[in-house]
Design a protein around this ligand. Structure first.
Ligand code: ATP
Length: 500
């Protein structure tokens, strides 16, 4: 992995990329690589806290700010080849003087035959000032793949002189996907210290630590859940479709060899509280892969280019964790108004563009589940066929679906008996959504407990139904608006028609 890193970096320098932005947190790794790539050329370093420092000893040479440092060192490029290494300076990249100096060095590098300075900005945060955007090449160190993870584990075994069983190694290697080398080593150390060996039980610890790391990035969240496809009442068309795709996902290698396209994902649009989030969870459990949530709102940063960079990182991270379900909840809020409908800012438009391109070109095993209520302000490109494999509309549950949902929630709480006449409840729950029906069951069971009953009856349920205000009465306008928008697009119903 590291060899490749050096080679790519060297090729960037040879191709006269004047500013190379290295996105990395482990400065030691970068220093070693720069040292090798420099092959004896002079390296000068600026540290955000200490000013100018000696690249090799790391001792301060003189205290100054970045502007002064650049002014003093820019002419060094005329004599010999020089590497200017700037660490953690992202906060200074909104200073017009700093930008102007960086631009000047970059232009000299490109246009003068007697000038040889290359700038390396090393930081865990990528901020690209638009004035020098064209001079900067962002270098993202790739996350280790399966074989590289295995090598890291084997190196760890050798270093500590321990033996980890092959089965355990295979399993933990999978859990390490999406983490970088430094993080993997840190977790291995933790697991080792907790007992003096690494066995199958450490997998749980690894998963917990991995969740922590991913959480810290602030862009993705691993969602834990217990729901399965059997917890969804109704939505038979959608469930059938997902079951078919699950066959592809659980035999990915074979399916790809056979010529099957890798499923891209689905968009589920519809009424609030009708099982969209539930479906995202059930999909992950059906496909037997992790569920990862992307909150687009959290990607928005205050610096120019920061949001796009966050989006790029989040998508890259999801690819590294893949196969996984990437759940984008309330996608309409993230991308509302993009494309001239008003309200969308430049940043959201760029984020949207980036996401669309990624979706269009994607050939990875990240399966997207995008959920939305109101799509009236969504850009049309998003809904065009080919982006998602399918668009589904989730309506308020029909009679048979309401009956099933009531049964599911009674069963979940161990209160289902054959004496309960759910058919009698169909009419009385007209206009209820899944969340209303769940609330009815919770309410009935709580009342039964307070009254000292052992079971719940049809009459108890009927009483709670009367006391519940359904979504159709509380959100009347919103519901008719959603129906109106849906009628104008080509979308499949998630439910089968109610034949009873
Ligand atoms: P929102 O648009 O408000 O985010 P949603 O469609 O994502 O809503 P969910 O979060 O999936 O709704 O459902 C809310 C609750 O209602 C869940 O706790 C779930 O148990 C119950 N529920 C909704 N629909 C169904 C269903 N079809 N079958 C079983 N339970 C359901």
């Amino acid at each position: 992995m590291r060899k490749k890193f050096e080679d790519i970096l060297a090729s960037y320098i040879d191709a006269l990329h004047p500013i190379i932005y290295i996105n990395h947190f482990d400065f030691k790794v970068i220093d070693e690589t720069l040292d090798k790539v420099a092959q004896g050329s002079k390296i000068i370093e600026f540290n955000n806290a200490l000013g100018a420092i000696d690249f090799y000893t790391k001792s301060p040479t003189f205290e100054c700010d970045l502007e002064t440092f650049l002014k003093l060192s820019m002419d060094d490029g005329f004599e010999n080849e020089i590497f200017i290494v700037l660490k953690d300076i992202h906060e200074s990249l909104n200073n017009p003087k700093v930008i102007a100096l960086l631009k000047r060095i970059a232009e000299y590098n490109l246009y003068r035959d007697d000038y040889y300075a290359t700038i390396f900005i090393v930081s865990s945060k990528t901020i690209i000032p638009f004035e020098i955007e064209n001079y900067i090449t962002v270098f993202d160190t790739p996350l280790p793949n399966n074989a590289e993870i295995m090598r890291i584990i084997e190196e760890f075994e050798e270093d500590l002189n321990i033996v980890v069983e092959q089965d355990v190694k295979n399993e933990i290697a999978l859990s390490f996907k999406g983490l970088n080398e430094f993080q993997i080593k840190q977790i291995l150390n933790l697991a080792y210290q907790d007992g003096g060996y690494i066995d199958a039980e450490d997998k749980l610890l690894i998963l917990k630590e991995k969740e922590q790391f991913i959480k810290k990035t602030g862009m993705l969240e691993i969602v834990n859940f217990d729901e399965t496809i059997d917890d969804i009442g109704g939505l038979e068309n959608l469930k059938e479709w997902l079951k078919k795709k699950a066959k592809v996902f659980s035999n990915l290698d074979k399916a790809i060899k056979f010529g099957v396209d890798i499923p891209k994902g689905i968009m589920i649009i519809g009424m609030p509280g009708c099982g969209k989030s539930l479906t995202a969870k059930a999909t992950a459990s059906l496909f037997k892969i992790p569920l990862v949530r992307l909150d687009v709102g959290r990607l928005l940063g205050k610096y120019v280019g920061e949001s796009e960079d966050n989006m790029r990182k989040a998508l890259k991270l999801s690819e590294a964790i893949s196969p996984c379900v990437l759940w984008i909840d309330e996608i309409e809020k993230a991308f509302a108004g993009v494309g001239g409908n008003g309200g969308g800012s430049d940043v959201t438009t760029r984020l949207f563009g980036h996401f669309l391109t990624w979706m269009q070109e994607k050939e990875n095993t990240v399966f997207i589940v995008a959920t939305a209520n109101d799509i009236s302000k969504m850009p049309a490109e998003f809904l065009r066929k080919g982006r998602f494999d399918e668009l589904f509309f989730v309506d308020l549950p029909n009679g048979e679906e309401r009956r099933k949902i009531l049964e599911i929630h009674l069963k979940k709480r161990g209160k289902w008996t054959k004496d309960i006449d759910t058919i009698a409840l169909i009419k009385e729950t007209e206009g209820f959504n899944g969340a209303d029906l769940e609330a009815v069951i919770k309410d009935t069971i709580e009342n039964a407990f307070i009254n000292g009953q052992q079971t719940v009856t049809t009459a108890d349920l009927q009483k709670s139904i009367k006391d519940t205000k359904s979504i159709s009465s509380t959100l009347k306008e919103k519901i008719s608006q959603i129906k109106d928008t849906i009628s104008k697009i080509d979308i499949k119903p998630a439910s089968k028609a109610d034949t009873k």
